[in-house]
Design a protein around this ligand. Structure first.
Ligand SMILES: Nc1ncnc2c1ncn2[C@@H]1O[C@H](COP(=O)(O)OP(=O)(O)OP(=O)(O)O)[C@@H](O)[C@H]1O
Length: 368
């Protein structure tokens, strides 16, 4: 079956005053219709740049795609004409950004912005387009949508604005939505509502969803598979439950251990052996509680050090300077993406992979 989105060995670099920054160093991931892929990683790991390259909105120059393929329904977006690509981007793919206030036009009422989508792309009359805009606002649960269509973006709360962004992205019923940190700027209760709305629309319209986030707490309930990024590369991909239960990369374990949990402040690093709560899908309330708990400040594990600069990536495995498991081979040899489980065993995710020389030890929870 042809995948909806199939990114293969994508490479992006930036020419900067200090040299060439390898922001994306060979990323492969994909998503099928009706499924959600969460792309997880710390700030600067290349999540957004990968998304921008997929959407064709890379800041270029200084950015440049230097290799790879971005297959959308089997066709490579990187080699098609600019016109064709724009057409696909307008109707079949849409993106939701973190900051709705700067993504929306500040001087146009939101109803008019939505209506414009229908007029420009569907050739609707002004009256029909305005009616559809209100229907859509209602669909994303903006209270009193008919009255609020005349309001400007700054007149809405952060959560409501993000719903309008979702409505903009949904207007043309795209096959694929890429949401880049859609809830980061919102408080936790509103975060959960917006995530639930996205998940509901994804199901209803059988869209593929790529959800970019640095927050493991928000993905457990909505994602089918997770791709973990570090220093411009994928370090692990897995179905969400498998990854929560038994990570196959020390970086993923570090991320999991730094998430506050319902049954205590995050698991300590050497807390091996299936701690309760991990891997179990938490409900909305649990998620909010978990996050609040973290803010109150139990002792949570934090991965030591900071991610490397893309201008000066470490030799071998880019994670080795921060990795508790690192050995000589990690300093000298960059690990390939090992196949942890073949695609046949896990067809929805395209298999499990890990870019760690010691993925078996990690998977088995062996002590360092
Ligand atoms: N316009 C640019 N010029 C130079 N470097 C850039 C530019 N845009 C991004 N980069 C670099 O590319 C790397 C990846 O950035 P990216 O924004 O994709 O990270 P991210 O994982 O999405 O993090 P965040 O969550 O903070 O957005 C970073 O090191 C960043 O400094």
């Amino acid at each position: 079956m042809t995948r909806l989105l199939d990114v293969q060995d994508l490479r992006v670099e930036f020419r900067t005053r200090d040299g060439i920054a390898e922001a994306v160093g060979g990323v492969s991931y994909g998503v099928d219709a009706g499924r959600t892929l969460a792309v997880l990683g710390e700030s600067g790991s290349g999540k957004s740049v990968t998304a921008q390259a997929i959407m064709g909105i890379l800041d270029s120059p200084p950015g440049r795609v230097t290799g790879g393929r971005v297959l959308f329904r089997g066709r490579d977006l990187l080699t098609m004409s600019a016109r064709e690509r724009r057409r696909i981007r307008g109707a079949a793919m849409a993106m939701i950004f973190q900051d709705a206030l700067s993504a929306l036009n500040p001087v146009l009422p939101v109803g008019a912005q939505l209506a414009e989508m229908y007029q420009v792309h569907r050739g609707m009359s002004g009256k029909d387009a305005r009616r559809r805009a209100v229907e859509l606002m209602d669909r994303v649960r903006i209270p009193a949508a008919g009255q609020r269509a005349g309001d400007y973006p700054h007149q809405f709360s952060g959560g409501m604005r993000q719903r309008i962004m979702i409505a903009m992205a949904m207007a043309l019923e795209p096959d694929l939505i890429i949401a880049d940190e859609p809830t980061t700027a919102l408080d936790v209760t509103v975060q959960a509502q917006v995530m639930d709305l996205l998940a509901e629309l994804r199901r209803e319209y059988a869209m593929g969803l790529v959800l970019i986030t640095h927050d493991l707490g928000v993905v457990a309930d909505v994602a089918d598979t997770i791709a973990v990024m570090y220093a411009g590369r994928i370090v692990e991909t897995a179905p969400v439950r498998d990854l929560y239960r038994r990570p196959a990369h020390p970086y993923t374990r570090g991320l999991l251990d730094s998430v506050p949990r319902v049954d205590g402040p995050g698991a300590r690093r050497n807390d091996r052996g299936e701690p309760a709560g991990r891997g179990e899908s938490a409900g909305r309330g649990d998620r909010a509680r978990r996050n609040r708990r973290g803010h109150r400040g139990g002792r949570l594990y934090a991965i030591k050090g900071a991610p490397p600069s893309p201008l000066a990536l470490p030799s071998g495995c880019p994670f080795h300077p921060r990795c508790p498991r690192a050995q000589e081979i990690c300093r000298g040899e960059r690990p390939p993406l090992y196949e942890v489980t073949a695609a046949a065993a896990s067809p929805a995710s395209g298999g499990r992979t890990s870019a760690c020389h010691f993925w078996k030890d990690e998977l088995d929870g062996l002590d360092v």
